[in-house]
Design a protein around this ligand. Sequence first.
Ligand code: FES
Length: 233
Amino acid sequence: MRRDAWWLELLPIVVVLLGFSVYATWRAFEGTYYEFGPYLSPFYSPLLKPTWWPFSPAILILGGPLGFRATCYYYRKAYYRAFFLDPPACAVSESRKSYRGETAFPFVLQNFHRFFLYLAVLFLGFLWYDAIRSFRFDGHFGVGVGSLVLTVNVLLLSLYTFSCHSVRHLAGGSVDCFSCSASGRARHGIWRAVTSLTERHMLLAWLSLVAVGLTDLYVRELACGAIRDLRLF
Ligand code: FES
């Protein structure tokens, strides 16, 4: 019964998610141009190059970040609407009559989101290490545009990760009364801080997605000689 252009909301989701998926898949299989000086592309971090693995090293690690994004509560809403039209928008009905939610395979696997979160935090550790390392040029401190690009990227990824609904549940879930225990006050403070991030989860999801793609592109263009890095310090 909606008469407004509700489908307009779906277009940017389709364009950005599809564009990112195609680019990330191509880059993961490319297997080259992922390092330049102290910069390492986030698609290839941590850099694993075992001798028994003949393919691109990115394929060994991308499952972690990909699983985290694919099972994210916000992205689920976005791609269920944009790609499955299930439902296409608020107050717009889907064509399917039966509804099993996420109780059957493969969607029941979405429940692993909490575990992908733990993996994502581990990946953040590697990315922070890469960002710090990007300030070291031939053993000396320095700042290049790439250092800033890698730092902004990991900052946005950290904000996205810690705005996760599972983090909010870890901070304040399963608690009936914050003031009834000694640690309750501290926990309440953490929960409130995470809540203010969670309220911006959608924005952080898109910003961090675009940032990680552009960061990889920047390192790639440097590595293949298409552009030059500007040293600021
Ligand atoms: Fe989006 Fe956890 S809900 S990352």
